[in-house]
Each structure stands twice: as C-alpha cells, then as structure tokens.
Design a protein around this ligand. Structure first.
Ligand code: FMN
Length: 221
C-alpha cells in the first residue's frame, strides 16, 4: 500500500467486526513501528497489547463503570485546554457534532455521555486494544514522540488491511486498565488504540479538516 493511501484511508473507525487479529500481524506492525523517530531516540512509549479474555474482562469492568454514569478516575493530564479558543473550539464542535451521529446518538439525547462512554468502553467491538503508556518522568517532547509512534502504528495497520481508533476515553478508566495490564504507578496512560477489521455496512461520516492556509505557512517558498 502506498503511504498516501495509508494516510488517506486511516480514520477513526467506530465499528469493528469480531474477526480476530493474529499475533503475527501485530508483531509485524509493532516491530516496524519501532522505527518511529523520537527525540534523543528515547523511544519513551510502552505498549500493552490486550486481546482475548483479558480484553473481554476489561471491557466488562469499564462498561459497568460507564453504564453506572460515573465520572471516571481523576485525569492525569487534561484531554483539552481548560478553555478552547477560536479556531479550536469551532473545529472541536464541528467534529463532536459528526462523531457519533452516524452511530445514531443524537446531540440532544440526555443519555448521550453515558452512551458514548459505553461505546468507547467496548472499544467499538474491536478484538484488540493497544494501551500506550509513558514513564511519569517524561515531558511534552516525549508525549509528542508517542504521538508520532502511534500514527506510525495506525498507518502500518492500514497496510495490513486493519483499522484503528485512538481512544483517550480509556484514561477515564485508567485505574481499571492499569490493574488489568499490570502497569505500575510509574507509568501514565496516554490513550488506548482499538484495532481490528472494520464492520461492514456501518455508516460513518468522514471528519473534515481545516484549509491548509489555516494550518500551514510557507516562508520563502
Ligand atoms: C490522542 C487521540 C485520542 C482520541 N480519543 C478518542 C476517543 O476517546 N473516542 C473517539 O471516539 N475518538 C477519539 N479520537 C479520534 C478523533 O476524534 C479523530 O481522530 C478526529 O476526530 C479526526 O477524525 P479521523 O481520525 O476519523 O480523521 C482520538 C484521537 C486522538 C489522536
């Protein structure tokens, strides 16, 4: 698969089939993704690959918490700035309006937060979730490295015919996740990434992007 095709066909998929993903494929992807760049070559990420009965158990525990409507564990890092200013607020609102519409969750549904949490805690039906942690001592530079690494993973998954959805929502259940994977308190959960084959026939809306002039400035070109 051409790299442009991998980039253009990657999107946050929110409906996976239960077709299993082989360990060979996951190992091939993660071995190649290790080539992702990192400042000082620190490779500051640590990934737990969870599938099978441990994932089923984690989904059960997290979904029970979601359906109980609880606010979740206290966050270890803010998902977003306390105040989103323009143009970020507009972009956030536009994406939020589309994100779960295709899955039939209305914006005025009073149970919307609980339904969204429940979909996420089931990893949208994915048979594998990668949990990406960073050592607690790491700073903003290393969090950037982890983003590059996860995008590399997600593009390689496309080359294997697989899809993904990065999920910061797992940080709401970070204690449950850490207990299940055996991560000690020295590690901070960045996010989960749901992995699997896309479920056929589920409608989705392609998320838009800002015009290039809004996000890129050419200087001397
Ligand atoms: C770090 C990170 C965390 C995310 N967390 C969630 C999440 O918890 N739930 C979800 O449905 N989508 C999540 N997303 C997906 C974004 O909503 C999505 O990438 C964005 O709207 C752009 O859409 P696209 O990826 O389909 O192009 C996350 C994306 C990133 C990069």
């Amino acid at each position: 698969m051409h790299v442009y095709e991998a980039v253009n066909s990657r999107r946050a998929v929110r409906a996976f089939s239960d077709e299993p993903v082989s360990k060979d494929v996951l190992e091939r992807v993660l071995a190649a993704a290790a080539q992702a760049p990192s400042s000082g070559n620190l490779q500051p990420w640590h990934v737990y690959v969870v599938t099978g009965e441990p994932l089923a158990e984690l989904k059960r525990r997290a979904t029970a918490r979601a359906l109980a409507g609880e606010p979740g564990d206290e966050r270890e890092y803010p998902m977003y700035p306390a105040e989103l200013t323009s143009p970020y607020l507009e972009r956030f609102s536009a994406a939020a309006a589309q994100r779960y519409k295709a899955l039939g969750i209305r914006r005025d549904d009073p149970e919307r937060p609980m339904k969204i949490a429940a979909l996420n805690s089931d990893a949208f039906g994915a048979p594998v979730v990668l949990f990406c942690y960073l050592d607690r001592t790491m700073g903003p530079g290393q969090w950037g490295d982890a983003g590059m690494y996860l995008q590399t993973v997600m593009l390689l998954l496309r080359a294997e015919g697989l899809h993904s959805c990065p999920q910061v929502m797992w940080t709401m259940y970070r204690r449950t996740v850490s207990q299940l994977v055996g991560a000690d308190d020295g590690r901070v959960l960045f996010c989960g990434v749901a992995v699997g084959f896309e479920k056929e026939g589920v409608p989705h809306i392609r998320t838009g992007r800002a015009d290039m002039a809004e996000t890129v400035s050419f200087v001397g070109v």
